[in-house]
Design a protein around this ligand. Structure first.
Ligand SMILES: [Zn+2]
Length: 144
């Protein structure tokens, strides 16, 4: 397993490299959004949220880390559901949306409507999170 510093550096590199195609495809704002979500992906939304043995992303949640308790019970460490490209990112998003479902229903939040209304922003956020997840998986695999 790669060290946390390696993951942070790799995520920083991915955020810089991925910003260029995002700027070309959309604009500078989307490139910044991609980079920020890529960095946020490793620092707060990491595949390593599947365990609590001192993982920095888990500790960064502070008292809110309680929300990852069930995730850690359901998903074994380095499972495809937490670490594999695309599957890991979607798994964590589905997990958080499921936890937030009572509030989503109560406040009648149209999640799909928001995603489609802000389609390019959603693409920048999702690709940023996925770039972070894939980079994490790549370094976990290489430095096994
Ligand atoms: Zn990992």
């Amino acid at each position: 397993m790669a060290e946390a510093a390696v993951h942070s550096s790799a995520s920083l590199l991915a955020s810089l490299i991925g910003a260029l195609p995002m700027a070309i495809a959309y604009d500078g704002w989307h490139a910044v959004l991609f980079s920020l979500t890529c960095l946020l992906g490793e620092h707060l939304f990491s595949p390593d949220l599947d365990h609590n043995s001192g993982a920095r992303p888990y500790r960064r949640w502070g008292w809110l880390r309680i929300i990852w308790w069930l995730y850690q019970r359901l998903i074994p460490h380095r499972s495809p559901l937490s670490h594999w490209p695309i599957l890991g990112t979607i798994g964590r998003i589905v997990y958080l949306v499921t936890l937030a479902m009572p509030a989503i229903v109560y406040f009648e939040v149209d999640v799909a409507g928001i995603i489609f209304e802000y389609e390019t922003v959603s693409i920048a956020v999702m690709t940023g999170l996925e770039a972070s997840n894939t980079t994490h998986w790549l370094f976990d695999t290489i430095l096994r």
